[in-house]
Design a protein around this ligand. Structure first.
Ligand code: UD1
Ligand code: CA
Length: 419
């Protein structure tokens, strides 16, 4: 069966009621990318014949728009007109799936599943599903087994009685199913449960029973199978993802003085030997070279690039900012939409005033420039190579400072040459 074509189906057709009306759950940001983006990333290395995504009537357009903008592969987007349950969502998608083959079904709210686990499920030779042993099974479907250990059913939290409640083996929500068997099982579903919904779980149990499929058990599944149903769960998952990022960077030779107070989103590059000091936030897409120093209390936002040996210190915020090799901005600065040359020194309290109320403009600071404390650089403006500004100077829009020149005052003017 592993030879048969593999299709992917992701479900995001729910109404996101438990996240308190903050838009579609699948698009809630977690560590720099939406929940759905994490799922797409986790399956990106699995060879797939086709990819389908179920969206609902309530949030479908938003999710569709996000996919158009961000998904790299081609996706079939299927509308589930009414959120009648995960089984109904799959039923809607059967029209776009072939009669035979295998389908890997995932939920769009499980951002911590790893590509290793999904890859392992995807290569099984028979229908299979992932279960997990967890400390706290609250919210999950519970796996029921008979005396021989065979799975007999999945009982949802809301349908669980006192006897099934404390069972620590839960349904992780990852299924590899034979499409022909799935069609029959979905056709046979009923909505006789406390939520009046069609449960995919019932269909999965039927398929596995029919073909003697496998349950793959994650023994220590607390982190990986964590689904996000509430904002509190989003926050917990976010911390776990950030911790994974920290570990990854540590393995690459980055030094963290206090990982617990440091938040690094996904998709950040940091070079060897760089030191990150406490209370630092580094957003998605930031690139930091080797032997840099960042923080404490630094906030590096999208589009920031620090070349090797650059230093960004206390209470410095950067966005769309490139700092050349060995450039320094050590205290109390906003560096937005700017290019800072190598070994330039940005004095304490320097601000690039990049926004005129309508548009953002760029500031360019040359190599070895020395920007005095408290300088405001009103963009668009250029400060030349080796140029200097005096403390408290306001370099006004378009009044570029030539190479090697010193300007002072408000508005900043060149110091007349000494006679
Ligand atoms: C589901 C499983 C549960 C499992 C848990 C793992 C069912 C019935 N239950 O519960 O056994 O332990 O995930 O996290 O499947 N969706 C649709 N259409 C719908 C309803 C939901 O597309 O009509 C989508 C949602 O957008 C979501 C996913 O399916 O991405 C799961 O739905 P959710 O309501 O979060 O299911 P859980 O209660 O978490
Ligand atoms: Ca869920």
């Amino acid at each position: 069966m592993a030879e048969s074509p593999l299709h992917l189906l992701v479900l995001a057709g729910g109404e996101s009621t438990r996240t308190g009306g903050a838009g579609p759950k699948a698009l809630l940001g977690l560590c720099g990318r939406p929940l759905l983006g994490h799922v797409l990333e986790a399956v990106s290395s699995i060879p797939l014949e086709s990819r389908s995504l179920v969206v609902g009537a309530k949030h479908g357009d938003e999710i569709r728009a996000w996919m158009t903008e961000n998904a790299e592969d081609s996706w079939e987007i299927v509308l589930q007109p009414e959120a009648l349950g995960t089984g109904d969502a799959v039923r809607c998608a059967l029209d776009v799936l072939p009669e035979e083959g295998r389908v890997l079904i995932l939920y769009g709210d499980m951002p911590l599943l790893t590509s290793e686990t999904l890859g392992f499920i995807a290569e099984q030779e028979t229908s299979a599903m992932l279960t997990a042993v967890v400390d706290d099974p609250t919210g999950y479907g519970r796996i029921m087994r008979d005396a021989e250990g065979s799975m007999t059913g999945i009982v949802e939290e809301t349908d669980a009685d006192d006897e099934s409640n404390p069972i620590p083996e839960v349904n992780a929500g990852v299924y590899l199913l034979d499409l022909a068997l799935l069609r029959t099982a979905i056709f046979n579903l009923t909505a006789q449960n406390s939520q009046g919904e069609f449960y995919l779980t019932d269909a999965a149990v039927a398929v596995l029973e029919e073909c003697e499929g496998l349950t793959v058990v994650l023994e220590d599944g607390d982190e990986e199978v964590r689904g996000v149903n509430t904002m509190a769960e989003l926050a917990r998952a976010s911390r776990i993802a950030a911790d994974r990022n920290l570990i990854h960077h540590m393995e690459e030779g980055v030094v963290f003085e206090d990982p617990g107070s440091t938040f690094i989103e996904c998709g950040v590059e940091i070079g060897q030997g760089t030191r990150i000091l406490p209370f630092t936030v580094i957003r998605q897409g930031v690139r930091i070279g080797a032997d840099c120093m960042v923080g404490p209390f630094a906030h590096l936002r999208a589009g920031t690039c620090l070349e090797d040996g650059a230093e960004v210190g206390n209470f410095v915020e950067s966005k769309n900012a490139t700092l050349g090799e060995g450039a320094k901005a050590k205290h109390l600065s906003y560096l937005g939409d700017c290019v800072v040359g190598s070994r330039a020194n940005i004095g304490c309290g320097t601000i690039t005033a990049n926004y005129d109320g309508k548009e953002k403009h760029q500031t360019v600071i040359g190599d070895r420039a020395f920007i005095g404390s408290g300088t405001v650089l009103v963009a668009p403006v250029k400060v030349g190579v080796g140029a200097r500004t005096g403390a408290g100077a306001i370099v006004t829009r378009g009044c570029d400072v030539p190479d090697g020149t010193t300007v002072v005052g408000v508005p900043a003017k060149p110091i007349p040459p000494k006679t």
